[in-house]
Design a protein around this ligand. Structure first.
Ligand SMILES: Nc1ncnc2c1ncn2[C@@H]1O[C@H](COP(=O)(O)OP(=O)(O)O)[C@@H](O)[C@H]1O
Ligand SMILES: [Mg+2]
Length: 260
């Protein structure tokens, strides 16, 4: 199969003039043409998710991943298209915001709003924090090193929140660990549900979502999550009201689950 992304079906070629109008530069249009050609060759599926497929390949000679958002079948196609586009745009904007603020995130190589594809730097050899925690736990070796990982993650999220960036889908699979693992070089990814907000409430909910995901994906890791929150509190300049909100959100969550 030479067209796994479905460029032909999606009418990429027919859209060049529109892109030309939107972007208005010969160099950009040339890079667009090369982009679609470059990534079509030798793409390898990395992950098939519910709303996106992630492929690994090369983009203009660089190791890249391409994330393609596709419509879910059960919603109206026009609504789907809008959602995919908005998420692709949010992902690109937030990745750029991270990089501007010096927060580690993949470089954005190219965004294609016709096919809702985003081309990113491949964090070569990385693994998700989720896989890392699982492999350390499964190996039966000393898990104390995981405390450092949790602390680093807390620091990183504090820096992200201090930029008023809410991730919207914090889980241990949306943070990568660059090799070598011992360097604890974390990279944030998957910003499709992110948004900008300075409200402690939004930051508290972001942490609550992570807490739920963390503790259900990694049972018996309460100490790890506490270490994460402690590091968050020590790093963020605005953590006081956020932690207060986190407590309130937890309480609301508990009340809701009691009511059923
Ligand atoms: N820039 C990247 N470099 C290396 N691997 C990546 C990169 N982006 C995503 N991945 C891999 O693809 C997986 C899915 O990407 P993600 O953006 O989280 O998509 P989804 O919305 O489907 O969860 C990640 O868990 C990671 O393993
Ligand atoms: Mg993800």
């Amino acid at each position: 199969m030479c067209d796994p992304v479905g460029w032909e079906d999606r009418g990429v070629r027919g859209c060049w003039p529109r892109l030309w109008d939107a972007l208005g530069s010969a160099a950009t249009v040339q890079s667009l043409a090369m982009a679609s050609g470059a990534m079509q060759l030798g793409l390898q599926l990395v992950q098939q998710g519910a709303e996106a497929r992630v492929y690994r390949g090369r983009f203009l000679g660089r190791a890249a991943v391409v994330k393609l958002r596709f419509p879910k079948r059960y919603r109206h196609p026009a609504l789907e298209e809008r959602l995919s586009r908005r998420r692709t745009a949010q992902e690109a904007r937030s990745l750029l915001r991270c990089r501007r603020a010096g927060i580690p995130a993949p470089v954005v190589y190219f965004v294609d709003y016709v096919t809702n594809c985003i081309y990113l730097e491949d964090i070569i050899g990385s693994i998700t924090i989720q896989d890392h925690i699982n492999s350390v736990q499964d190996s039966g070796s000393d898990t104390s090193s995981l405390l450092n990982v949790a602390e680093k993650m807390g620091e990183l999220l504090a820096r992200m929140h201090d930029e008023d960036l809410i991730h919207g889908d914090l889980t241990t699979s949306n943070v990568l660990l660059r090799p070598p693992v011992e360097k604890l070089d974390l990279v944030l990814i998957d910003f499709g549900l992110s948004f900008i907000s300075g409200l402690p409430e939004d930051k508290g909910v972001d942490l609550y979502v992570l807490e739920k995901a963390f503790l259900s994906t990694h049972p018996n890791t309460e100490t790890l999550f506490k270490a994460l929150l402690k590091a968050y509190g020590a790093t963020s300049k605005k953590s006081g009201p956020v932690m207060k909100r986190l407590d309130e959100v937890r309480l609301r969550g508990r009340k809701r689950s009691m009511v059923g």
